[in-house]
Design a protein around this ligand. Structure first.
Ligand SMILES: [Zn+2]
Length: 249
């Protein structure tokens, strides 16, 4: 489980600037989300600008956006880095999510109808497909969306907002700590929660949801970190950037 509540789809406006921003954003976002950059790694403007073949201003803009989305964190006087949540942070976020979802499932069981059940099953089917196709980005996005779908079904904007916030933070942890192979384990767990709801066995659904969060948390803690690499070497010049001038330094 994890999430992507904040992804903004790439624009195709035909104008050069937004497309170049989106290309840089998409490359960095994917690298963070897919866990290719070790936790705590500093992202400096100049080497990234050189790697992408764009200006430092453009890199700065994209880094600010990723900070605003909490994909990256700004450290006073030290620039921007990939977050490095502690195990205590991980524990706190998953406990909060587990407690919240237990309440959500209890409420949801009261109003689960065939239409919603069908939607949830379809969602789990999409997750299974993404897992089979080893589409890591889709898996991460869909697994977060599963938990949002459950919460959104209650129609409570406050609850949905709280959950989105938790998911944004847990998605960072997943991308920082969870390995690619392990990220495909959660689909059956989501499916089991849905099937328990379908049988009107709310206690079982809550127990499965609790187990799910404990498993996700345990999986996170086991992951060896990717080696610290020269981040800029992960990226190459962006193609049809449309008139962007390379960095001068
Ligand atoms: Zn999940």
């Amino acid at each position: 489980m994890s999430s992507d509540p904040t992804i903004v789809p790439a624009r195709r406006s035909g104008k050069g600037d937004p497309e170049a921003d989106e290309a840089v954003y998409a490359a960095l976002h994917a690298a963070i989300l897919e866990g290719r950059i070790a936790a705590g790694t500093k992202l400096a403007e100049t080497p990234l600008a050189e790697a992408f073949g764009v200006s430092r201003e453009r890199i700065r803009k994209v880094l600010h956006r990723l900070v605003a989305e909490r994909r990256l964190e700004a450290v006073p006087n030290r620039g921007v880095r990939v977050p490095q949540p502690t195990l205590d942070d991980v524990r706190a976020i998953y406990q909060a999510h587990r407690v919240l979802e237990a309440g959500v499932l209890r409420e949801l069981a009261e109003k689960l109808d065939d239409r919603l059940l069908g939607e949830l099953r379809m969602h789990v089917g999409q997750e299974q497909r993404a897992a089979m196709e080893r589409d890591r980005a889709a898996s991460v996005r869909l697994s977060g969306a599963f938990h949002l779908r459950i919460a959104d079904a209650l129609g409570n904007a406050q609850l949905s907002a709280m959950l989105r916030d938790l998911l944004t933070r847990s998605s960072i942890m997943v991308s920082v700590y969870e390995s690619i192979a392990e990220s495909f384990c959660g689909v059956q767990e989501h499916g089991a929660i849905v099937e328990a709801l379908a049988r009107h066995d709310v206690e079982r659904a809550i127990a499965l949801s609790g187990d799910h969060f404990r498993l996700v948390e345990a999986r996170l803690q086991l992951r060896p970190q990717p080696p610290k690499v020269d981040v800029a070497r992960l990226f190459g010049p962006i193609g049809e950037a449309g008139g962007e001038e390379p960095v001068r330094s």
